[in-house]
Write a protein that binds this ligand. Structure first.
Ligand code: SAH
Ligand code: SF4
Length: 443
């Protein structure tokens, strides 16, 4: 992912191995309903949805009013251990410690960029999986009257929904890492709690959450939806739906499922190319769900929810930034309740490509605008902190072999040459992507 501010049974289907989110009931000694994915068998306390905490308390013979105290400890005090839940009696604190992880994130490595306006964090999870989140501060700006800025100050957190990603977009550092695992609900929302803890020290709070970190949110849709519900719940984080953006590379069944649920958050679609041959290369998922199907699903989503869809378009010099591409993009989206965000590509180790020049981006934007589609040029954040998401995790994995990098670059150049000539990719979906979207996992 790239840290820009573009302001969740999975779609991904009934996976028998999907992680549980039900706490172990303390007195019954029953096994959790489903196996969990992280190293620690205890579920994350912050991932308990509406009613689940009450159910657990009842089974533990505890009074119902403890639910509020526990939620306050998790969401107001941002407790990271049971010992920090000071309003609770000691026996309940021990019971919580036996039954839950109060924090699912084991360690953080923070890198600051843009003169303090961007904070990029590498999180270590209990099983050793690595994920990243990026906190972007936007000071108030403009003038709308005495003491009233035109744009209020914002603190936007970009979070991960998976460790790694199976989609494998060749310009994305996370894509190069491959797929690790789905995140549990608590691991998703704990990224928000960690950032909240940090901003609280400055008297502010996280105002926006965007699912634009590592992973494809619509391939972990159950847990993304649970996370969004928890973040929206006024007893927990209390963030309005308008302040949440979920970005997808185009998992059509997932978009349709979201449409059936009604407005939950702003949907962003990573388009990057309006023509199938090129998008087959840039977003390999396009070989399963081509441009027309993705845009039709997004258009229907906008029609049913009344909410404008954002299209993300990473600008890659000489690859997807030509006049032909601008015209194809305008033709594709003209008349839709849609807006395009142009993002200059962040350099990534395995990629032979460069970002389009600022002049090219401006010309492209003007041409798409003249074609009747709204466009914004987004500034990239965090260039000096391991620019693209996945990069800190990639750095931890060590320097790639130069021969591997050379081979990968050669492959990308070869594939995109075919695409630039206008032929569709003959490549099958990579095996792990096929596994992620294949039978059973995507409805
Ligand atoms: N997997 C989802 C969400 C995470 S990626 C998706 O692809 O939509 C979030 C955004 O960052 C996507 O639009 C992605 O294309 C973009 N991105 C990834 N690598 C980038 C890079 N090197 N430079 C700029 N943007 C990038
Ligand atoms: Fe990266 Fe998103 Fe593509 Fe996955 S789908 S490889 S996270 S850009």
């Amino acid at each position: 992912m790239s840290p820009t501010d573009a302001t969740g049974d999975r779609t991904a289907g009934a996976n028998p191995d999907a992680p549980a989110r039900e706490p172990r009931e303390p007195s019954s000694g029953r096994e959790p309903r489903r196996a969990r994915l992280s190293g620690d068998p205890r579920p994350g306390l912050s991932g308990l949805g509406d009613g689940e905490l009450e159910k657990w308390l009842a089974a533990a013979g505890q009074p119902a009013y403890r639910a509020r105290q526990i939620r306050d400890a998790v969401w107001r005090q941002n407790a990271s251990t049971a010992a920090e839940c000071l309003t609770l009696p000691a026996p309940l604190r021990s019971l919580i410690d036996e039954s839950f992880r109060v924090d699912t994130i084991a360690e953080n490595e923070i890198k600051v960029a843009d003169g303090g306006l961007t904070e990029k964090t590498l999180h270590l999870l209990s099983d050793g999986a690595l994920i990243e989140s990026v906190l972007m501060h936007y000071p108030a700006r403009g003038y709308a009257g005495p003491g009233k800025p035109l744009h209020r100050e914002r603190h936007t957190l970009c979070i991960s929904s998976q460790s790694g990603c199976a989609v494998g977009c060749p310009f994305c550092a996370t894509g190069e890492l491959g797929f690790g695992r789905d995140l549990e609900t608590a691991e998703i929302v704990d990224q928000v709690r960690h950032a909240s803890r940090r901003v609280a020290a400055t008297g502010t709070h996280v105002t926006n959450v965007v699912f634009m970190g590592m992973g494809e949110p619509l391939l972990n849709l159950d847990r993304v939806l649970e996370s969004v519900a928890i973040l929206a719940d006024p007893r927990m984080f209390g963030l309005g739906a308008r302040h949440v953006v979920v970005s997808t590379s185009g998992v059509v069944p997932g978009i349709k499922r979201l449409t059936a649920l009604g407005p939950q958050f702003t949907l962003a679609v990573s388009l990057h190319a309006a023509r199938d041959p090129l998008r087959d290369v840039l977003v390999p998922l396009n070989r399963r769900w081509p441009v027309a199907e993705v845009v039709a699903a997004a258009r229907e989503h906008a029609r049913v929810t009344g909410r404008r869809v954002s299209y993300e378009y990473v600008m890659i010099s000489g690859v997807n930034d030509t006049e032909i591409d601008a015209d194809a993009l305008a033709r594709l989206l003209r008349g839709d309740l849609a807006h395009v965000n142009l993002i200059p590509m962040n350099p990534v180790a395995h990629t032979p490509w460069q970002a389009s020049s600022p002049e090219r981006v401006a010309e492209f934007a003007a041409r798409v605008r003249r074609g009747g589609v709204g466009v914004t040029i987004r500034a990239n954040r965090g260039q000096d902190a391991g620019a693209a998401c996945g990069q800190l995790a990639a750095d931890r994995a060590g320097e790639p072999e130069p021969s591997v990098v050379a081979h990968r670059r050669e492959l990308i150049v070869r594939e995109s040459e075919t695409a630039l000539r206008g032929s569709r990719s003959a490549e099958e979906l990579p095996a792990d992507l096929e596994a992620a979207v294949g039978t059973g996992r995507v409805r």
